[in-house]
Design a protein around this ligand. Sequence first.
Ligand code: ATP
Ligand code: MG
Length: 373
Amino acid sequence: MNVERVANKLGITKERFEGLQETIIKRSGWPEPHLFRFEKPATGIEAGTIVFDNGEIVFGYPKIKRAMMLGPAIKRQFSGTVAVEEKMNGYNVRVASIDGEVYALTRGGFICPFSTEVARDLIDPHLFEDNPHMVLCGEMVGPENPYVPKDIYPIESIEFYLFDVSTKNCSQLKGVYATHRIAKEYGIACTPLLGEFRAECATQRIMEIIRQLGKKGREGVIIKDVENKVSPLKYTSSQSNCSDLEFAFRYYNDYANDFFMSRVVREGFQAAEWDESPEEMKERALRLGESILLPLTATIRGKMRNEQIVQQSQFRVKSIQTARDFEQHLRRSGTKAVFDMPEADGDGYIVRILKLVMSTNDKTQAVIDGQPW
Ligand code: ATP
Ligand code: MG
């Protein structure tokens, strides 16, 4: 690897690249190919940026800011035409071809063995033969998903939805039109384009879209400048905010307080901006309250019956080795999980896993036993 050239492509000096290796840049020696990853952001470089040993760089996917007050946020950010895409709820991967092999990379900059198998299965290999430098950014979505299982989409197992395209060694994203064109050309699923609006009239239309998505339990939208001149914004439905709360309150002691706080505050701003009737407010308050209290009591009562509090999920693999590699991948990223024996099914295997939520288990037990908070 030519460090000088890599540093140059990253927009930093060789000395800085070497200096960052103590704190921000971490080495990953498994699985192959070996790489350096930015565990945290550094000046102008996103967290999750990867430098492979062959010197190729896959930049981190940029953070997307959230609109809290939809109208004012749109007005402040956009001027021309905006494209409104569905924000699909799964996990972010970047897919790239390195030395002729396709890999799926997690947000944090690891090669994920499971996602890699899925990407190789779902993405037409001609895409990387024709475009060896292309990087696909997309969401892995569906019920058989070890990270974010959701059955709110008409997906049987797991699907890859493309939402952005970039090129190795370049942090620039290619924008909405190029992304949808490539998805069409290679028959890849892509996050739905729900409409294109002038920025001045977008707010009302997006509110209506969010109401409709919310009714179906879907997450929300990403609002993108069609000319890709300014960064996108995200905005989510009340049902999705509450479904996040409903999930997290089951494991209340394993989530940061800000996870809860930020979602409750979103509900406040949305209710205020949407100028709801007293009945609509009541409905929202009930939804919010239930998403807090019902999972909490379910957890506490479960523990009172001596049950273990766990997060269950399952996924499908083509080869047993992928399941083993994924187990190792979870372990090295610090997640404690128990894997069942893979069960043969169709042309592959179903793997069931239990993620342990030790902190919530211990805390709940202690409080049940009378420990003060
Ligand atoms: P971020 O730092 O990007 O905000 P986060 O983990 O807080 O990350 P989210 O709140 O889920 O993420 O929102 C951003 C993420 O939404 C993106 O990183 C991407 O994985 C996902 N996403 C889903 N659909 C789209 C889409 N149509 N366009 C862009 N991103 C999308
Ligand atoms: Mg997400």
